[in-house]
Design a protein around this ligand. Sequence first.
Ligand code: FES
Length: 215
Amino acid sequence: MANQGVNDPIHEPVNAGRRRFLTATTAVVGAAGVAAAAVPFIKSWNPSARAKLAGAPVTADISALQEGERLVLEWRGQPIWIVKRSKAVLDALPTLDGHLRDPRSENPEQQPAYIAEASPELRSIKPDVSVLVGLCTHLGCSPEMKAEIRPEPFDPEWKGGYFCPCHKSRFDMAGRVFEGVPAPTNLVVPPHHYADDTTIVIGVDPTQTNSAGAA
Ligand code: FES
């Protein structure tokens, strides 16, 4: 993989089980990012500038992302997961609908409208690439990725997804929450779009002129 430097986003293998995320240095676009790079210490670097940078979109090259891998970024202080889903996982998603609380993404708070309209079950722009805020909607822990389809101690019929060990909430590989768990809603899909086939921009809703997005 080409970008394994200290400042690169994290590529995690399946079932890494890590609950941390690092502050990934990603390409920061927009005027705030340019200003920060050019004049990091002058007085203009004020709370307002920092706030702008904190909310600025981040970009990621996903060309090296393999099936079952997860790329972790940070946007607005939140972990952002970019996960490449296998065909087997995609095929399994519709079979889960009857076990889910909001299988068709009807809660408008959990994803931008253009995602819900275009892909209510996969919750993504490209079918194989899922983008989620990696925080449980119960109390905000970062769930573990359990991407393989295989029996798990918490679910013998497991079809891949995310498991939050603190209170045992479960989500599928689209971030849809199962019924009967403490988490009330699906994981959040942040506003995002593709600048080109393998460059993803987090924090921009392409249907809005304001790049602040909806999450
Ligand atoms: S924070 Fe995820 S189940 Fe409690």
